[in-house]
Design a protein around this ligand. Structure first.
Ligand code: PAF
Length: 281
């Protein structure tokens, strides 16, 4: 596995791969890798000749009161895991490489970024879309892999790719969970033992909500009532949002139909966790 810090060096490697007809799979990350990231690499390695992973804690997607400075980092561990998982090149740009002095261009995907996580994290998706667009321009992947845990991020990136005529495929990959149901997240490391226990209420409630739909419940309000009651019965849980929306457009729904996304963000102490299920009827 090669480690690259400079955009020009990465572009040269990509060019030589493309000249020899190799397909490129790309896994963008912010590091502190876990099984969720590694499953993205596995998909990328299965479907492409050459796998690029980026590790970049992107400052433009963090709000002023968010965890940019204390975002967990473990570069040595990440490099080992990435290599074992089958990454060919790891791209580790400095902030000054991605956003040099005088940087002025941002990508704003409208409307769908104002809801769900976008409501409590204004500017977040502008930062995500900007860095992902830049990374796509640098890596020029055939396919890029994103975890479905960030379901809104997947919808936003797909919209950007469509709107800006980017010629790559976005491949969403299923959420990876601990054996007890907790969705893997780099932020789980912030949780105390007690908070981690309490956080299990998220997956158990989401799975129950999915069963309600499977058993015929179609009233969004009835499902939301259950979720809100059950999650707030956990004292440590502080609900940011719980919503049921169209999984493709993120439009709010009154009645469950087609493919719905049940998405939530809940704080345990200062740690904000997100989780979701997608249900097809
Ligand atoms: O999902 C993430 O880790 C980040 O939002 C991403 C896509 C790497 C952009 O910084």
């Amino acid at each position: 596995m090669r480690t690259i810090e400079k955009i020009s060096d990465l572009k040269a490697i990509i060019k030589s791969q493309k000249v020899s007809g190799k397909s490129i799979g790309f896994v963008p990350t912010m590091g502190y890798l876990h099984e969720g990231h590694l499953s993205l690499v596995k998909h990328a390695a299965d479907e492409n000749d050459f796998v690029v992973m980026s590790i970049f804690v992107n400052p433009t997607q963090f709000g002023p009161n968010e965890d940019l400075d204390k975002y967990p980092r473990n570069l040595d561990g990440d490099m080992q895991l990435a290599e074992q998982a089958g990454v060919d090149v790891i791209f580790l740009p400095k902030v000054s490489e991605m956003y040099p002095e005088g940087y002025k261009t941002y990508i704003s995907v409208e409307k769908i970024t104002e809801r769900l996580c976008g409501k409590s994290r204004p500017g977040h998706f502008r930062g995500v879309a900007t860095v992902v667009c830049k990374l796509f321009n640098i890596v020029e992947p055939d396919k890029a892999y994103f975890g479905e845990k960030d379901a809104q991020q997947v919808v936003v990136i797909k919209q950007m790719v469509r709107d800006l005529n980017m010629g790559l495929e976005i491949v969403p990959c299923p959420i990876v969970r601990e054996a007890d149901g907790l969705a893997l997240s780099s932020r789980n490391t912030y949780l105390t033992k007690g908070q981690r226990n309490s956080a299990l209420v998220l997956s158990t409630s989401l799975f129950h909500a999915r069963d309600m739909i499977k058993n015929g419940e179609r009233r969004v309000n009835a499902i939301l009532d259950y979720l809100k009651k059950n999650i707030s019965s956990e004292e440590a849980a502080n609900i940011d949002y719980i919503e049921i929306v169209d999984a493709d457009t993120l439009e709010p729904l009154n009645v469950v139909e087609k493919r719905v996304l049940i998405a939530l963000a809940v704080k345990f102490g200062t740690t904000r966790l997100i989780d979701n299920v997608i249900v097809e009827v």
